[in-house]
Design a protein around this ligand. Sequence first.
Ligand code: 4NP
Length: 149
Amino acid sequence: MKKILMVCLGNICRSPLAEGILKSKVDTSKIEVSSAGTGGWHVGELPDPRSIEVAQQHGLDITNQRGKQFSTYDFEIYDHIFVMDNSNYRDVVKLATSASEKEKVQLILEETHPGKKLDVPDPYYGGDQGFENVYTMLEEACEKIAARL
Ligand code: 4NP
């Protein structure tokens, strides 16, 4: 079973969307997809209502998800760790204890814009349009990931 982890800061806006989108594109009996935040403020919480809404508008239900915090143990569990921005990348890689663990970590937008090191912008403090924008970016990136898995 291949295991994929999506990571952002709070695990309520971006990575829950990435988890839901990738799950909709793969055979979940063969590929496990989960998400986590580098911060622990929202552990146990539902995704942000704006993420739930934008997912719903695209036919996805992400209300089964609950916030989790990334831990070093996740390097052992997951084969690929997709981070949403450069700050997440630094925070996750800091916790890696070997080169092979570090190699599991990739900025998700490298899928669509290789070499550009682009961030999925954090929509938390913005309006609804930010969530639609994030959805579009993640949809394109997850399409590439799913095609390769
Ligand atoms: P996310 O957005 O990393 O996409 O889940 C955020 C959600 C919450 C916070 C920051 C970012 N926060 O500071 O609580």
